[in-house]
Design a protein around this ligand. Structure first.
Ligand code: HEM
Ligand SMILES: *[C@@H]1O[C@H](CO)[C@@H](O)[C@H](O)[C@H]1NC(C)=O
Ligand SMILES: *[C@@H]1O[C@H](CO)[C@@H](O)[C@H](O)[C@H]1NC(C)=O
Length: 346
């Protein structure tokens, strides 16, 4: 009798310890491939189905997803903090930071989240859904060349502050030293900075994000490209241009850079190493892109990835994966939201 009571006590203690370990490891952000295989079977297929459909309608949405991964994970780790809308309690969320200009694909993520909630309510975090979706986008936009498995088990955070986003994210006017410092704070090397910036082979940018480029000297920007940007930017109040000149309107390229017309693509937003060719030719939108040429080690890597597209595909996948593992600040609490744009109240 006494013995079995002791055994029972021990069992309860073991169970409690196991339970505690499970809770704290979730909070420590230990991620696992196939995390939802029992909790929400098929979730990765649901995400992929919605992403494929959205990208068939508009490949640009894929660029938006990849940028969202970067902007979510660099600020408080990958915790869905970028999704939170402003509220009475939180009037200035990350979305309001100038560095977050042009973020998109929020509707698609809510659509996916709603589909996942239908299947398994309050089981899959918005932060995990974003990483799955960005991974699928990178794969589709690269014709399958950029691929990786996503470890999951992230939680959605409670905190989202514009000033934090502004402080942690890089700015397109920054010089290479400042970019290196910004990435080093997140434990990313110069090489990884160069690898990740290759994402600027896709997507679009507002003219306000590269104003200074319109008058930079020819040592920093190819004059014909500068003329092209100067032609596009006064059209409308703050229009967008393509990050990659080969995605620009054929007529505009024919007018300003006739030697480039053969490179203009019918299908835009192809994710590949063309960013490095464009950078070496000084045909890039941002000062921050061009500035990679001014640092010995960064320049060596620009050449390395210009020379080997396969190497970039692989290293870009590894670097996105590393981004996707950035943890929340120590001691942060998390939850599984019902909708991605609001915190769940109990
Ligand atoms: C190195 C520092 C970086 C700076 C200064 C920078 C800055 C910017 C800016 C200003 C825009 C245009 C926003 C707008 O005007 O609408 C942009 C677009 C974009 N960025 Fe970056 N970025 C950097 C690194 C990255 C990284 C690491 C990634 C992803 C791995 C990334 C992915 C993208 C994508 C895909 C777009 C196009 C988004 C769209 O079309 O919706 N960028 N970036
Ligand atoms: C970077 O690495 C250091 C040392 O391993 C670690 O203490 C720190 O939390 C890491 N920072 C981030 C943002 O992951
Ligand atoms: C390019 O990189 C790939 C992947 O790392 C490697 O297998 C290949 O040998 C490289 N090609 C050249 C020409 O260096």
């Amino acid at each position: 009798m006494r013995l079995s009571a002791a055994v029972l006590c021990a069992l309860v203690a073991v169970q409690a310890a196991v339970l505690l370990a499970a809770v704290s490891s979730a909070q420590a952000g230990e991620l696992e491939v196939g995390y939802y295989s029992k909790k929400c079977r098929g979730v990765e297929n649901i995400v992929k189905w919605h992403v494929s459909r959205a990208l068939k309608a508009n490949r640009r949405t894929g660029a938006a997803l990849i940028r969202l991964l970067f902007h979510d994970c660099f600020v408080r780790g990958c915790d869905g903090s970028v999704f939170l809308d402003k509220s009475y309690e939180n009037p200035h969320p990350e979305k309001e930071a100038p560095a977050n200009i042009g973020l998109a694909a929020f509707d698609l993520l809510e659509e996916i989240k709603a589909a996942v909630e239908d299947r398994c309510p309050e089981v899959v975090s918005c932060s995990d859904i974003l990483i799955y979706a960005a991974r699928d986008a990178a794969s589709i936009l690269s014709n399958g060349h950029v691929h990786f498995e996503v470890p999951a088990g992230r939680l959605d955070g409670y905190v989202s502050k514009a000033e934090e986003a502004q402080a942690e994210l890089p700015d397109s006017t920054h010089d290479v030293e400042k970019l290196i410092e910004t990435f080093a704070k997140k434990n990313f090397t110069v090489e990884e900075l160069v690898i990740l910036t290759g994402a600027h082979s896709i997507g679009k940018t507002h003219c306000s994000s590269f104003r200074g480029r319109l008058s930079e000297p020819s040592s920093q920007i190819t004059p014909a490209y500068r003329d092209l940007l100067n032609y596009k930017c006064p059209q409308g109040s703050n229009p967008v241009v393509d990050n990659n000149v080969r995605d620009e309107d054929y007529d505009v390229v024919a007018k300003y850079m006739p030697g480039f017309t053969s490179r203009v693509r019918k299908i835009p937003d192809f994710l590949d190493n063309s960013f490095y060719h464009n950078t070496l030719a000084k045909i890039v939108t941002f000062h921050s892109d061009w500035t990679l040429l001014t640092h010995k080690e960064a320049l060596d890597h620009v050449h390395e990835y210009a020379d080997n597209g396969t190497l970039w595909d692989e290293d870009f996948a590894d670097s996105l994966l590393k981004l996707s593992k950035l943890p929340m600040p120590a001691g942060s609490k998390g939850q599984i939201r019902k909708k991605c744009n609001v915190i769940k109240l109990y």
